[in-house]
Write a protein of this length. Sequence first.
Lengths: 493, 503
Amino acid sequence: MSALTDLGVAAIRNGVRDGDFSAREVAEAFNTAVAGADALNAFIVKTPEHALAAADAADKARAAGETLKPLAGVPIGMKDLFATKGVQTTAASHILEGFKPEYESTVSHKLWGAGAGMLGKLNLDQFAMGSSNETSYFGNVISPWRRGEGDTTPLAPGGSSGGSSAAIAARLCPAATGTDTGGSIRQPAAFTGISGIKPTYGRCSRWGVVAFASSLDQPGPMAHDVRDCAIMLEAMAGFDPRDSTSLDMAVPKWEAGLSADLRGKRVGIPAEYRMDGTPAEIEALWQQGIAWLKDAGAEIVEVSLPHTKYALPAYYIIAPAEASSNLARYDGVRYGLRELAEGQNLQEMYAATRAAGFGDEVKRRILIGTYVLSAGFYDAYYTQAQKVRTLIARDFDNAWSQCDLLLTPTAPSAAFGLGEKVDPLAMYLNDVFTVPASLAGVPAMSVPGGLDSAGLPLGLQIIGKPFDEQGVLNAGLALEQRADFTARPKVWW
Amino acid sequence: MATKTALSYRIQGDTGEWEVVIGLEVHAQITSQAKLFSGAATAFGAEPNSQVSLVDAAMPGMLPVLNGECIRQAVRTGMAIGAVINKWSRFDRKNYFYADLPQGYQISQLYHPLVGEGTITISLDEKDPNAEVKAIGVERIHVEQDAGKLMHDQHPTRSYVDLNRSGVALMEIVSKPDMRSPAEAGAYLSKLRSILRYVGSCDGNMDQGSMRADVNVSVRKPGEPFGTRTETKNVNSVRFVMQAIEYEARRQIEVLESGGRIVQETRLFDPDKGETRSMRSKEDAQDYRYFPDPDLLPLELDDSFLEDCRASLPELPDAKRRRYEESLGLTAYNAAVLTAEAETARWFEALLAESARIQKKGEQEVARAAANWLLSDLYGALNRLGKGIDESPVSPEQGAELLALIADGTISNTLGKQVFEIMLETGDAPGEIVEERGMKQTSDTGAIEAVIAEILAKNPNQLEQYRGGKEALFGFFVGQTMKAMAGKANPAMVNELLKKALS
C-alpha cells in the first residue's frame, strides 16, 4: 500500500469508512508531512490539533456504528482568506497579522460540519492579489515542482491560491480550499499538476471570506482529481442567507453524477483563445485535449468569443475598483495593525497603518481602483469596463447556442521562476485565459493535461454554462482519464 | 394679510429686497427592530458598542443583507407623500475614511433611489382654515446607513467611537428648493415629521437624533436666478432650522452687499450662539467615488409588495383633518389641532369611539363635546403637568365615561371639572368618584323646592327688593340655592323652580 499521504479525498473517505486505516493515522501522516515541508512555505499557520480532533471524531463515530459524514476523516488545507474562528486569519497581509476572528466562514463551517479537519492555513498572494504567490507578507510559497533533473530554480506555484496548489502537489494535504477572482484556483492548479474548479458565481458563500473583488470572488476546491473536487464542492456549496449574492439553488449530487461519457455534448473551441506568443507545447496540448474529448464522444465545434481581448483590461479595472473600496476597512481603528506614533492624528494613523500594512501589489491595485472610480474618470474606466463585462457575458451566452462546454488552455505558460516576472503587466497576462469566465460568472475548471519539455505540468480549462458544474466536472473527468497524469514532483524539501 | 406677508417673506438689505431660497435634506431614522444590513438592534441610549454586529464593525469577510422592513417603511413613506415608487433601485457605496465609518464606505443610493418625486403640502397656519397653502416638492427619498458616533470627552488625548448607530437605517428625504422663508421651512419640517409619525416609519424625535436636517440656503434678488448655496449640516430642531436659515440668509446678504461672493461650502450651526460657521469648502470636498455595491443585488419590488405597503397606510393628517371637519362637524381649528400629531388623533379617536359606544350615539353626535373637552380640559391639565398626551394619567376610556356622566345629566359641567381633577390625582374612574363622594347632581323637584323655600325664608329683604323690581337679584337666589345644595342641583331645574317660587 502506498503512503497515506498519497491518497486523495475519496480514497481516504472510503478507507476510513471501510476500516482500512483510522482517521487518526491519516491526520498524523499529513501532520508529519506538513511539519517536514517548511521549505515550501505553503502554510502560514499549522493546526495539527484541529486535524486530529476531527479525525478522532470520525473514528469515534465509526466505532459507534454511526453513518459517517461525507468528509469524515479527511484533513484539508484552508486558504488563509477564509475566516477561521480562533485561528489567525491574515489574507497573507501584515495589516491582519495576528487577527483571530470570532467567527467561522460559511465555507469552512460547512467543511467542518461535513467532518473535515484542518491541517493549517495556507499561504497565498496578499489579499489574493497575484499570480505567483510572491506578494505574500509571509514570504512566497515555492512550488514542489522543478525543471528537470538538477535544476534548483525555485518556481512559482501560481497564485493566488499558491499555498493550496503547492501543498496538494507536495502531498501535504489531499485537498484544499481556494478562491478564484480571475483565475486564482485554475492557474495554480495548472502550474502544479492538480485539479481545481471555480463554480458558478454564488454557488459557494463569500461570507467570512476576506473580500478582494466582491462581484468576482468565488470559493472553490482544489484536489488531486476531478472526483475529489466534486466531493469537496458538494460540501462547500449551498445557499447562504448571509450572502446576498448567494445562489438559492439546491446543491446537486455532483460526485454521483460523474460520467466521462460525453456523447451528445458539443464542445466549443474559441478562436480568440489562440493568441500570439502562446508556446507550441500549450497549443499542442490543446489539440490533444480536443482529441481526447472527441474520443469521449463529444462533438467539437469552432466558436467565437469576440470580446475576449478586452476581458483582461476590463478585469483590471473592475477588480481593483472593488478592491479599493473593500480594503478601506483596514484602517487601524478596530482590529489588525495600528501604526500610531505619539501625537499623531487620525489621518496620520490611516496613512502610517496602511503604508506599513499593505504590500506593493495591494497598494498598486488600491491606487488603480481609486483612480478608475474618481470623478471625471469613472465613466471612461469603470462604466466602460462594466459594458465590456456585459459584452463578454453575452459572448458566452451566444456560444451556448452552439455548444455545451468550452475547452481552452488554463494559462499561457507553465510555471515560471520566482522573481522572473518583475513587470506587473506581464504578471497580469497570466490570467488571460481565466479572466473571461470570472467576468461572466460561469463555472470553469483546470485539470492537468501533461508535462512540458522541462517536465512541468500544463493544464486544460473546461468552461461551462451557468450552474452546469456537472458538465464541467464530467468533461474534466473525460480529460483526466485520457491524460492519465501520474507525474509528481520529486521530494527535495 | 398676515399670512400673505409671511408667504412673500423678504429680507430688506441696503441694496433692496432679497428673497431666500431653501431646500432641506432630512435624515430620518427608520423605525425598525434591526439595522439596515445587519440583525443588530437599534434602541436609543444603549451602552456604547452594545448593539454592534460583525457586519456593523466591518469585520473581514462580512457581508450586508438588506432588511426588508426598512424598505417597506421607506416605500410607505413615499406613498404617504404621493411619490413615485421605483420598482427597481440599487445601492451604491459612498467611499470616504472616517473613524465612525467602519467599512470605509457608506451604503447609500445615489444613482437609483427607492422613491422618486412627491409632494408635501404645508400651511403657514395649520389652525387657520383660510391660511394659504403651498406644495413643497420632494425630489427623492433614498435609504442609507447611518455612521457611528465619535466621543471626544472620554479621555484627555484620545477619541473613542461608539458603533451603536453604525448601520442604522436612514431615509434621506430631499426637498426641492421650494421654500422661501424660515417659517415655510419650519412648517415643512413639522408637516414631514407629522406624516412620518402617522406612517410609523420614523419616531421623529429630533432631540434623540432620529430626525435631523441639512439646510441648503441661498439668496437672490426676486426674479433672478438661484444664488450659490451653502449647506448647514445636522440641525436638530425645527426652531434651530429656522434660526439657521435666518442667520445664514442675513450673512449671505451682508457678504454680497459688501461686494463679496458666496462660497459653496458646508457649515455648522451653533445653537448656543444661533450662528452658522464654515466647516469645509467645496474645494476640500471629498471625491466619494460612488459605485454600485457589488455585495448587493439591485432591489426589485413586485406589485404585491407595493399593494401590501399601500394597504397598510393609515389615514394621513390632511385627509383626517378634512374628515373631522366634514363628517364630525368639528371647527377647522379643532380639526387641525387634533390631527397635527398622530398621537393626539389616536387618543381623540379612542375617546370618540368609547363615548359613542357608552352613550349609544353616533360619533358625530358626541364629537364636539369630546373635542372641546380634550382640547380644553385634558390639554390644560397636561400642560400643567408638563406631560405629552401619550403620558396622560387619564385614559380615553375614563375620559369617555366622564363625558357620558356630563351628557346624561348625572353631573353638571362644573362638577365634571372637579371630578376630572380628582381623576388626575387618584387615577380613579369618574363613576366611582361621583358615587363615593356623593357628587351626583340632583333633579329631585321636592328637594330643590324645599331648599328654595328655606332660602326665601332666610332672605326676606332680598325677596322684597326682587319683588319690587330688582330682577338682577335672581342670580343671588340661584347662587344661594346651589351653594346650599353643594353644587349638586341640576342648574336648569333650579332656574325653573326659582322662577315659579318668585313669581
